[in-house]
Design a protein around this ligand. Structure first.
Ligand code: GDP
Length: 420
C-alpha cells in the first residue's frame, strides 16, 4: 500500500514538474528574477552568447538568457484546473506560433547588382556636378592660363581628391591639352574621362571574396567583417550588403557584433529577415567577439556561403578599438582566416574620414572600402584620396537610404556620372 501511495506521489510530482517547465518556457518574461545558477538554453530563433570567456572551435559558445532552475522543493503541486490551464496555454501559444509563421512576410527579391551604379548614376550626378561640369567648363576656356590651371587645381582639392593626386592630374592634363592643340568639347571630355579613370586606378581588384571554402571539411563560409565609426552607415551597409550577396545568389548569415548600440542588432535582424538571412545576436553589451564566433559557427552549420559580421565602432580610444577589433578578428579566426575586412567611411566627413581610415588600417588589415552617402556630397574625390592613403580599393559605394542603394564600385561608370 505504501509503495502504491509513493508511486502516485511521484507520478503527480512528475506531471506537475512537466507542466511547470512548459509554463517556464512560454512565459519566461513573467517570471521573477532568477535566484539560482542560470540554466543553459539555446533558443532556436535567437542565439545569445556567453559574454566573458573566449570560445574555442568545437565548444558551444551560445548560452541563453538566465532562466530559473526549478528544484522539486520549489514545485507546489498544481490543481487539476491549473494543469488544464497550463495545457490550454501551451496549445494557444503553439497556435499563435503557427499563425505567426504563416503570416510571415514574403521574402523580398533584391535588385540585381550588375549595372547598379549605372542605374544610380543620377544620384551621383546630382551631387558631383560641380566637379565634373566645373572641370569641363574650365578646360573649355579659350585660353588656358596659369589662373585657369589654378582654378582647376582648387576644384579638385575642394572635391577631396587630395594634394598629390591633384598635382599629378593637372600635370598630365596640361601636357595632353598642349599636345591636342585645338580642343573640341568631345575631345576634352574623352581626355578628362581617361585621366580621371586612370587616377581611380581601374586595375585594382574590387571583387568581394564571398565564396564558401568548399575545400575545407566542413565547408566554411567566407567571413566578412564590417568595421567603421558609429554613424557612418555601418549597420545599414551590412544590411544592404546582405541584399547584394543574396541578389548575386549567395546564402548569408549575419552577425550582430555591434552589441554596444542598443538598436543595431534589431536593425540588422530586420534587414536579414527581409531577404531570409538569419541574424546571430548576443545580449546587449555582451562580448562582440563571442557573437562573431557564434555567427561563423552558425554559418558552418547552415552551410552558408558568407557570414557578414557588423562590428561596433567606438573610437574614443585607439587602444580600446584595437583591443576590441583585434579580439573579434582573433576569435573569428579560430574557425579560419577572415576573407574581407570592409571599412565603411562616410564620404561627407572629408578629411576626418581619412583620419579615421588610418586609425582602422593600423588596427586591422583593411581589404576594401565602402564609401557611404556619396549621394549627399560634392566631395567624390575622396574615392581617390582614400585609396591612395590606404592602398586599398573602394569596393562599394552608398548612394542613398533605400535598400538597394549600395552599388559595386566601377571607375568608368563613376567618372561618367561625374562628367554628366
Ligand atoms: P552605424 O552607426 O554606422 O551603424 O550607422 P547606421 O547604419 O545606423 O546609419 C546611419 C545613418 O546613415 C542612417 O540614417 C542611414 O540611413 C544613413 N545612411 C547610410 N548609408 C547611406 C547612404 O549611402 N546615403 C544616405 N543618404 N544615407 C545613408
Amino acid at each position: 500500500m505504501e509503495t502504491l501511495i509513493l508511486a502516485v506521489v511521484i507520478a503527480v510530482v512528475a506531471v506537475a514538474a512537466a507542466a511547470g517547465l512548459v509554463v517556464t518556457g512560454r512565459r519566461r518574461k513573467e517570471l521573477p528574477a532568477p535566484k539560482a545558477q542560470p540554466q543553459i538554453t539555446k533558443p532556436a530563433d535567437q542565439r545569445t552568447v556567453e559574454p566573458t570567456a573566449e570560445p574555442q572551435v568545437g565548444e558551444d559558445a551560445a548560452v541563453g538568457a538566465p532562466e530559473e532552475r526549478r528544484t522539486l522543493e520549489d514545485v507546489t503541486l498544481p490543481t487539476d484546473t491549473e494543469t488544464a490551464a497550463a495545457a490550454e496555454a501551451a496549445r494557444t501559444a503553439e497556435a499563435a506560433e503557427v499563425a505567426e509563421a504563416e503570416a510571415a512576410p514574403e521574402l523580398e527579391v533584391p535588385e540585381p547588382t550588375a549595372g547598379r551604379l549605372v542605374r544610380l548614376r543620377s544620384r551621383l550626378a546630382r551631387s558631383q556636378n560641380t566637379l565634373g561640369k566645373g572641370l569641363l567648363s574650365l578646360l573649355s576656356r579659350d585660353r588656358l592660363d596659369e589662373d585657369t590651371w589654378e582654378e582647376i587645381e582648387e576644384l579638385l582639392l575642394t572635391a577631396d581628391v587630395g594634394v598629390a593626386p591633384t598635382q599629378e592630374l593637372v600635370e598630365r592634363l596640361r601636357t595632353r591639352v598642349k599636345v591636342l592643340g585645338t580642343r573640341t568639347p568631345d575631345e576634352l571630355r574623352g581626355l578628362l574621362r581617361e585621366e580621371l579613370v586612370a587616377l581611380i586606378d581601374p586595375s585594382l581588384d574590387r571583387s568581394l571574396h564571398v565564396a564558401r571554402h568548399d575545400e575545407e571539411t566542413p565547408a566554411r563560409p567566407a567571413v566578412l567583417l564590417v568595421v567603421g565609426v558609429n554613424g557612418v552607415g555601418k549597420t545599414t551597409t551590412s544590411g544592404k550588403l546582405a541584399r547584394v550577396l543574396v541578389a548575386d545568389g549567395h546564402t548569408v548569415v549575419l552577425g550582430a557584433a555591434d552589441t554596444f548600440r542598443a538598436a543595431a542588432a534589431d536593425q540588422l535582424q530586420t534587414w536579414g529577415e527581409r531577404v531570409g538571412a538569419r541574424t546571430v545576436r548576443g545580449p546587449e553589451a555582451g562580448d562582440p567577439a563571442s557573437v562573431a564566433f557564434d555567427a561563423v559557427k552558425e554559418g558552418i552549420a547552415e552551410g552558408a556561403d558568407t557570414v557578414l559580421v557588423d562590428t561596433a565602432g567606438r573610437l574614443h580610444t585607439k587602444t580600446g578599438l584595437m583591443d576590441e577589433l583585434g579580439k573579434v578578428k582573433r576569435v573569428v579566426e579560430k574557425h579560419g582566416p577572415v576573407d574581407e575586412v570592409l571599412l565603411v567611411l562616410d564620404a561627407t566627413t572629408g578629411q576626418n574620414g581619412l583620419v579615421q581610415a588610418k586609425v582602422f588600417a593600423e588596427v586591422v588589415d583593411i581589404t576594401g572600402i565602402v564609401l557611404t552617402k556619396l549621394d549627399g556630397t560634392a566631395k567624390g574625390g575622396i574615392v581617390v584620396s582614400v585609396q591612395r592613403q590606404l592602398g586599398v580599393p573602394v569596393k562599394l559605394i552608398g548612394l542613398g537610404e533605400g535598400a538597394d542603394d549600395l552599388a559595386p564600385f566601377e571607375p568608368g561608370a563613376f567618372v561618367d556620372a561625374l562628367l554628366g
